[in-house]
Design a protein around this ligand. Structure first.
Ligand code: FAD
Length: 522
């Protein structure tokens, strides 16, 4: 299949061979050079932790796989210094349309306004995203051991010992922690005897990328019962470089459509149904099934599972890649805090509980979309037809057509909500918004550590970073914020004893006193 996207000529995918027989020791070993492993490596680097990546690949897989990057993932990429590059190639979008046969039945409008730095979604081929992340890792001198695969876990107690196979040798390494981002077929999961649990759905989908120049806007197009697939659905997404993603539910045709010619015929039928007469070429295609599968626990002593190695989510709502990036952003500051002895080892439990709950919420949402997109029984099919046909003229049932696109999850923090903070636009456990300021956006100014966001005209002498802000969104409140932008606590009237207590709980020290050099005024 023709390569259409990433420009990897400047990347040396040099296979690594060990040059001695010593067992090398690391603080953090990351397994996998998919988007999650690469993001984890950049997160570690951001916190000055030396991590290496071990990967059995020595190229960027061609198929574009994920194409929709959420605003929250873009904000994570902003903190890693790659968002500008992604934005310069990616196509931002806000809206979508759903059709039932030939009638429009739903208009998707994701939350957006001129004060947002990123669109709710940015479309970019996963292969190009991986290329950008690899180049950033190499620029930051992160070692990537290409063509090396983890073959065994020899020890997982007060450190992890791994057996690694390079092209010519087998060798051992030890690491204080292992971040397992080795994807859906994780070897590490298998070696620990762990299994993903949950549901797999019967629907079979065909996913194809085609090259065609169409002057349509970037939006999500969903067709229910189109003439090209009268028993199922078709989705269309625009990608950079005149590539379009077409996604079919194959319903009862199941395994039949397996030759490139079948795929081409189906796509031609679909383009005909839209009266598109332009020339096009098939770039890549694959088949997949939807799953809501997850590990029971993401943390196993010093081995921490992230991304597809920890959970598989249906692609409806585009949460596969995005939930893995959220995992990386969550563990990305917690592990360095543990390594730097600012947090105890037991703090890993918060990664487990926060991300497991987020994944459970995603399952809850995407399960609805999966059942609606591909009804597994006659009953669901009846409901889907009723909703779609009623939606032509009635708005009350249209929300069932909503694809429930990816959004930032809210976490449950231990601090009890107190009544007077209810007036804030934000809640404890919620993520900050990247609001527009007179110069730049809020996230351009936040540190890689806990900080205070001070919406009041008072000076707080505290040794943790503090940002004074005058803005309607944040109002007249004081917020204590985690390094991943989640709100730990909100005050409407600062109680310094309480701040001390919470900061002590969070960081292990309370230390107020003049520290104006850290204070930014926005
Ligand atoms: C067809 C398709 C379409 C998709 N569309 C979307 C979408 O639109 N939006 C979305 O959010 N998600 C989508 N996804 C899901 C998304 O692609 C995945 O969630 C994402 O790739 C997960 O990233 P990862 O880094 O966890 O795993 P992967 O990308 O699978 O990376 C795993 C890495 O581990 C390495 N590895 C594996 N085993 C070993 C070993 N033993 N030793 C060393 N290295 C190893 C591999 O070489 C690879 O580098 C799609 C997936 C598919 C298949």
């Amino acid at each position: 299949m023709k390569k259409y996207s990433s420009n990897t000529s400047s990347i040396k995918f040099q296979s690594y061979e060990p040059n001695d027989t010593k067992i090398h020791a690391f603080d953090v070993v990351i397994v996998g050079s998919g988007p999650v492993g690469l993001t984890l490596a950049l997160e570690m680097k951001k916190q000055n932790i030396k991590a290496i990546i071990i990967t059995n690949n020595n190229f960027i897989p061609d198929g574009s796989k994920a194409i929709c990057i959420s605003r929250e993932s873009m904000e994570t990429f902003q903190s890693l210094g790659v968002a500008d590059k992604i934005s310069s190639i990616g196509l931002g979008w806000v809206n979508g349309k759903s059709f039932y046969k030939n009638e429009k039945v739903y208009e998707l409008k994701m939350p957006d306004n001129d004060n947002e730095k990123y669109k709710p979604m940015t479309n970019l081929q996963q292969s190009i995203l991986e290329e950008i992340l690899i180049k950033k890792c190499l620029e930051q001198k992160i070692e990537i051991r290409w063509n090396n695969q983890i073959t065994d876990i020899l020890k997982n107690d007060n450190n992890v010992q791994l057996e690694v196979k390079s092209l010519k040798n087998k060798y051992k390494i030890t690491s204080k922690f292992l971040l397992a981002a080795d994807g859906a077929k994780s070897k590490i999961r298998e070696k620990l005897g762990l299994k993903l649990e949950g549901e797999s759905y019967s629907g079979n989908y065909l996913i194809a990328d085609i090259k065609i120049k169409l002057d349509y806007p970037t939006e999500r197009l969903a067709f229910f019962y189109p003439s090209s697939n009268p028993e199922g659905t078709a989705l269309m997404h625009k990608q950079p470089f005149n590539i379009w993603r077409i996604d079919y539910s194959l319903e009862n045709q199941l395994e039949k459509k397996t030759s490139s010619q079948d795929v081409k015929n189906m796509i031609q039928d679909h383009l005909n149904s839209l009266s598109i007469k332009k020339k096009w070429g098939l770039v890549w295609w694959s088949q997949y099934k939807a799953h809501c599968l997850s590990l029971k626990n993401f943390v196993h002593n010093r081995i921490i599972f992230c991304g597809d190695a920890a959970h598989l989510v249906p692609i409806f709502g585009v949460k596969g890649l995005n939930s893995g990036i959220a995992d990386a952003h969550n563990i990305g500051w917690k592990l360095p805090y543990i390594l730097n002895k600012k947090k105890p080892l037991s703090f890993l439990k918060t990664y487990d509980s926060e991300r497991k709950k987020a994944i459970a919420n995603i399952f809850n949402e995407s399960k609805k979309s999966t059942l609606f997109m591909s009804p597994p029984t006659n009953g669901y099919k009846l409901m889907q037809n009723a909703v779609l046909s009623l939606s032509i003229k009635n708005s009350f049932c249209r929300s069932l057509i909503n694809p429930r696109q990816s959004k930032a999850e809210k976490y449950d923090f231990k601090y009890k909500k107190i009544s007077y903070i209810d007036k804030s636009n934000f809640k404890i456990g919620q993520r900050l918004k990247n609001i527009k300021l007179s110069k730049g956006f809020l996230f351009d100014f936040i540190p890689n550590s806990y900080f205070i966001l001070n919406g009041q005209n008072i000076s707080i002498d505290y040794t943790i970073y503090s940002i004074n802000i005058r803005n309607n969104d944040y109002g007249n409140f004081i917020y204590l914020v985690r390094p991943d932008k989640y709100i730990v606590y909100i005050w409407n009237k600062l109680n310094i004893t309480e701040l001390d207590k919470i900061v002590y709980n969070e960081i292990g020290f309370c230390n107020h006193g003049k520290n104006s050099k850290n204070r930014k005024i926005l």
